[in-house]
Design a protein around this ligand. Structure first.
Ligand SMILES: *Cc1c(COP(=O)(O)O)cnc(C)c1O
Length: 361
């Protein structure tokens, strides 16, 4: 196979950062197209900049984040609170640290395995038995008062949970007094496309979402839920430096306040209507996602090779190329980003077809 070889996750990340830097230097930002659905963004108001001091900023923006965050996640300010972490992974780690003394296992339902690595990795640190399944019957009978029950709202590959199943697991948790925690990193917004209610409206105890997945905020984790739980989890986060600092909190607030469901719906419509026959006709298997599509027939190695070619030759950034260690390697194109609006379906399909031919040579 032609193209760059990378032998480890960190080598891949370093290589990709080099390529991105070189495209920026030689051609400019306009020649990069972030199609990860993790476009990020950092909107600040002029008045925000005057109050970014460590303690002043945290005071002001944590209160604003509480308000905007609860609105986004369907919370009620009299019983719920929302707080900011550096990443969704940090919020998950803090939750497991805080609950580790009170639970004897973590069980995790997701619409399709595997889980995002942050959940099993966090359990491993504390030797907490961890069980995950995409079969609801294997989950329901394991729920008891000593479990933390995690439900993924949408997987890394954007498979969305079925609402009836989500409700059933949460109600079983309430009945058995198990803490329910929805990993809604992208699901908090993807589920809206299917008219699903936010997690706190469904009586989940905890929910986390990422403010840069399918919205234009910094990479950060917004955790919300029952006030007593949030207080102990946030305190653990503060001890280990996992909490978001004032500038990130400000970016989160502005992203939440300017979140536009209409833009997401446009990406949804584009994903529904794009003609994928150019890919199918050269033997690539594809699957539509709510806001894009996946190439499902490539091996992990082929996916990485293809992703690196797409970046080097066409400026297209994917999670397969640039994602964190352990993130899904299935090549996914997402139309929910500011860059996606600048390029045509033809450009994207042509880039994939040509790159695929080259790595096959
Ligand atoms: C992205 C994602 C995470 C982790 O988010 P980070 O910002 O990378 O920490 C966790 N769970 C799911 C389902 C995700 O999609």
């Amino acid at each position: 196979m032609g193209g760059v070889m990378v032998n480890s996750e960190i080598e891949r990340i370093k290589k990709v950062r080099e390529i991105i830097t070189s495209i920026i230097e030689k051609k400019g930002r306009d020649h990069l197209y972030d199609l990860t659905g993790i476009g990020g963004g950092f909107k600040l108001k002029k008045t925000d900049i005057d109050v970014l001091d460590t303690y002043i900023g945290s005071a002001i923006f944590s209160e604003k984040l509480n308000r905007a965050g609860l609105l986004h996640l369907g919370g009620n300010p009299t019983i719920h609170r929302a707080v900011g972490f550096n990443r969704t992974s940090s919020a998950i780690l803090s939750t497991i640290i805080a609950l580790s003394k009170d639970i004897d296992k973590v069980i995790h339902y997701l619409p399709k395995r595997p889980s995002h690595p942050s959940i099993p990795r966090s359990c491993k640190i504390f030797n907490i038995p961890y069980f995950e399944s995409d079969n609801i019957d294997e989950i329901l009978n394991r729920i008891d008062k000593n479990t933390l029950t995690v439900i993924t709202g949408a997987t890394m590959d954007h498979k969305v949970v079925d609402l009836k199943r989500l409700k059933k697991i949460i109600s079983q948790c309430n009945e058995k007094k198990s803490i329910s925690f929805v990993d809604d990193a992208s699901g908090a917004r993807l589920r809206l496309l299917y008219n699903q209610p936010p997690a706190l409206k469904l009586n989940a105890n905890l929910v986390v979402t990422s403010t840069d997945k399918l919205m234009e905020g910094p990479r950060a984790g917004l955790l919300a839920g029952d006030i007593d739980l949030i207080d102990i989890i946030y305190e653990e986060g503060l001890k280990y430096g996992l909490e978001a600092q004032a500038p990130v909190l400000a970016g989160m607030v502005n992203a939440l306040e300017s979140f536009d469901l209409q833009k997401l719906k446009e990406a949804f419509n584009r994903a529904n209507s794009i003609d994928l026959t150019p890919l199918i006709s050269i033997g690539i298997k594809v699957e539509r996602t709510p806001t894009g599509f996946l190439l499902t027939s490539l091996s992990e190695e082929e996916s990485i090779q293809l992703a690196l070619k797409l970046l080097e030759d066409y400026g297209i950034i994917t999670i397969t190329a640039a994602g964190m260690p352990g993130a899904s390697k299935t090549l996914r194109i997402d139309f929910c980003s500011k860059d996606a609006y600048r390029i045509s379906n033809e450009y994207i399909l042509n880039a994939i077809v040509n790159s695929y031919r080259e790595i096959r040579e």
